[in-house]
Design a protein around this ligand. Structure first.
Ligand SMILES: Cc1cc2nc3c(=O)[nH]c(=O)nc-3n(C[C@H](O)[C@H](O)[C@H](O)COP(=O)(O)OP(=O)(O)OC[C@H]3O[C@@H](n4cnc5c(N)ncnc54)[C@H](O)[C@@H]3O)c2cc1C
Length: 400
């Protein structure tokens, strides 16, 4: 029987599945089902170039319509899969159709976590995840002057930077003691905080929101006036379909090293997939383009019976003002770090070690360090402290 692959979700993972299947010579049926009605587009520009008016909607599309036609991909836009029948190998869509598959890929991403106050969802807040959200935010940004942003993580801070660059009065409200605290050390948080403040953004740390009204935000620490409130307070995995289908889920859809779920012909990739990560040394979910793309390739190889276990070193980036931060590896449980470049400047890298082994590198405006670090960590090579600190030493020499 010839294979028929259904992919649920046309984000970064779903699109890579389609592209890899055809590039690898797969000639079976491909059905790509997307709940959003727009032609599939990239998400990172939504909080960067698109909202800065530097990239058009066309510029952020993955592919034009002719790509899907020429490659015989059935693209079903504006349709949601409402049920997965695991034993029957079928999905049921919002248009009432039942479609059969031999292999199914869950590439359903993640959904924004909503702010809840006193047991109910807080009003007057906009969240950013889709192109539609970005269009609404773009309009509201035009007409608003006082912008409050809840959450000092990547998306909140990218929004703060672009609103400040548009001349808005911006306040960032963060519950933790410093910006991006969950993923970055103080030395980097401080540089970002200083740059935001230099650009006129007010940063409120340790802040605990009590109430939200049409006038603004009341926290224990005071009142922040706002005619537009945006929030970036994390995501929850898009695993409800899988849960309802009885597929094993735990903080996302649990997968093995080939992206197979507890039902072997059903795969999960990207933001929704909970996998064992050798670089994190535990089960995690990653929310990054690179992870979605790499896991898509792993699932495709397995479907095409050329299995290659997932073993990609994770990397991620954020752009705020002139600061380009690139992160590779998982630094969470480091026991020591070494700096390359000058602390407090806007150009340095942080090398994290655990038991003398290099586990992660964050590079601020040092793209060459980032590219080198990806290779070092993948190869398990740890430069010495002296080599890292010596800017005249070429770290690529460690790879020879
Ligand atoms: C504003 C923003 C900025 C970001 N910036 C960066 C960045 O700088 N760098 C980086 O690495 N990552 C960034 N990310 C994260 C990155 O976009 C995600 O990690 C990546 O998109 C994950 O790919 P995915 O395929 O798993 O999910 P997604 O790309 O989110 O795609 C999932 C798709 O599935 C669809 N879907 C869900 N359920 C169903 C259903 N039942 N039926 C049909 N369709 C369904 C959803 O509508 C969605 O379009 C950003 C994300 C956002 C929102």
């Amino acid at each position: 029987m010839s294979k028929k692959v259904i992919i649920i979700g046309a984000g970064h993972g779903g699109i890579q599945v389609v592209a890899s299947l055809r590039e690898e010579g797969f000639d079976g049926e491909i059905v790509l089902i997307a709940s959003e009605k727009e032609m599939p587009y990239q998400k990172p520009p939504l909080s960067k170039g698109y909202l800065q008016d530097k990239q058009s909607e066309e510029a952020i599309l993955f592919r034009t319509a002719t790509y899907y036609e020429n490659n015989n991909i059935q693209l079903r836009l504006g349709e949601e899969v409402q049920q997965v029948k695991t034993t029957e190998k079928q999905v049921v869509t919002s248009s009432g159709e039942t479609i059969s598959f031999t292999h199914l890929i869950l590439a359903t991403g993640a959904n924004n976590r909503k702010l809840v106050l006193n047991g109910t969802e807080a009003p007057n807040i906009l969240y950013l995840r889709t192109l539609n959200d970005a269009q609404v935010i773009a309009q509201r940004l035009e007409s608003s002057q006082h912008i409050a942003i809840i959450g000092g993580g990547f998306i909140g801070l990218e929004l703060a930077a672009l609103a400040a660059e548009k001349g808005k009065q911006v306040t960032v409200i963060e519950a933790q003691t410093r910006l991006m605290e969950r993923v970055l050390p103080a030395v980097i948080s401080t540089t970002f905080q200083q740059t935001h403040e230099h650009n006129g953004v007010r940063i409120c740390l340790n802040s605990h929101i009590e109430q939200i009204s049409s006038e603004g935000i009341q926290s224990k620490e005071g009142f922040v006036r706002a005619d537009l409130i945006l929030a970036g307070i994390g995501v929850i995995p898009g695993d409800s379909l899988a849960q309802e289908a009885g597929i094993v889920c735990e903080n996302g859809v649990v997968v093995n090293e080939f992206q197979q779920t507890s039902v072997p012909y059903i795969y999960a990739i990207g933001d929704c997939a909970n996998h064992y990560n050798v670089f994190a040394r535990k089960n995690i979910r990653l929310e990054s383009v690179q992870n979605a793309v790499d896991q898509a390739k792993v699932a495709v190889n397995h479907i095409l019976e050329q299995p290659q276990a997932y073993r990609a070193v994770p990397w991620f980036w954020t752009n705020q003002y002139h600061l380009k931060l690139q992160m590779v590896g998982i630094s969470a449980d480091f026991d020591e770090y070494v700096l390359r470049g000058e602390k407090g400047s806007d150009k340095f890298s942080v090398y994290y070690f655990k038991n003398k082994q290099l586990i992660a590198v964050d590079s601020l405006n040092r793209a060459a360090d980032h590219l080198n670090a990806r290779k070092l960590i993948t190869a398990g090579i740890s430069p010495t402290k002296t080599q890292i600190e010596d800017l005249s030493f070429n770290l690529n020499d460690c790879l020879k």
